[in-house]
Structures are given as structure tokens and as C-alpha cells.
Design a protein around this ligand. Sequence first.
Ligand code: 5GP
Length: 192
Amino acid sequence: MLNKRETLIVISGPSGSGKSTLVKEVLSLYGPEKMGTLVSYTSRPPRRSEKEGCEYHFVSKEQFLFLKEKNFFAEWTYVYENYYGTSIEQINKHWNEGRTIIKDFDLQGADAIKKIYPQALRVFIHPPSLEELKNRVYNRQENEKKDIEIRMEQAKEEIKQASYFDYQLKNANISDTVGRLKKIIEEYLEKA
Ligand code: 5GP
């Protein structure tokens, strides 16, 4: 069945809260016919585990700004000293092919998306604690020390804004969080 409802699930929360793992879990739960994500464009260099076209399209700052000027992005942000943006074309493709979209955004992006697509469901993911968050960000190892500090400072600010979201989930145990997120999604899709 075609998804004429243009459903979109926005996952936000501090760096290291587990957003991208949750997105991956939800994608595999629903399968590629029903659920899709967006491969954003970023000027951030790839982490060792990341591949072009999988987690992101990796572009230079100049290329990013060129695309921005061409109105290529539905929304874009500058966070942790890099650009990130979502392509309008990818959003429309998913909807035309009947899929719900799930994607992680920074807080500014979550806001921007809600303004453009008011039907979007927004879920904020909390880490179990700030201490655990620091361990997760630190354990990625590929983040430089300065980047870790920026991400930790930003996390404290972001958590203050969690109450503006439709739902908040604490991500202590991934399978437990996926279960709770699934219930929220089911309810959203039923009403959409
Ligand atoms: P990371 O560098 O950890 O992959 O991502 C940094 C932040 O950018 C995360 O909060 C992530 O959710 C967010 N992000 C990733 N893609 C986009 C996007 O297309 N737009 C916006 N606004 N934020 C994004």
C-alpha cells in the first residue's frame, strides 16, 4: 500500500545517546518496503567505520555550500563545526514509494523539519547518564579531544530542550528502547 500520509519520524538527542543505532534497529524491524532513512550530506570527515553513501554522503565544505545555494536541502545545520543537510529529493522519493521515513537530526534540524512537515513525530533520546554519554563518545576514539568536549557541552544544552519533543526515551538498554519506540511509532502510524 502506498503511504500517502507522508509520515516522518525524527530522532534527536545528544551525540552518543544511541540515535543512529535506534534508527538502524527500526529500519530492520519494519523492512525496506515500509521504512526508509535519509542519507544526509555532511562536511564532516568519515569515521573509520563509515562508508560513502551509507551513513552519509561526505562532501567538502565548498561542495556543501554549493548544494545549499541550489536549494538542494530541505533543512541544513552547522553543528560540531560541520555542515549536515537533508536532500528534498530523498524525502519525496520515500513518500512517493510509500515509505515512512525515520532519521536522526540535531535539535535545530528537528525544529526546522517540524516547521516544514508539521505531521512529523519527534522523539528525544536521553543517554542513561552524562557519565555514560562521555564514555560512549570517548570510546568512539575517532572523535578528537576538542570534538568530545564540544559534544559534551552541547549535550547539556540539548537535554534542557527535551520537553519540547512529543516523546522522551531514556536509552539504557537498546532492545528495551527499541520496544518502547516501536509502540510510539505504531500509535503514530495508526493515527496518521
Ligand atoms: P554525527 O557527526 O555524530 O554523525 O552527527 C552530528 C549531529 O548531526 C547528530 O546530532 C545527528 O543527528 C545530526 N545530523 C545528521 N544528519 C543531519 C541532517 O541532515 N540534518 C540535521 N539537522 N542534523 C543532522
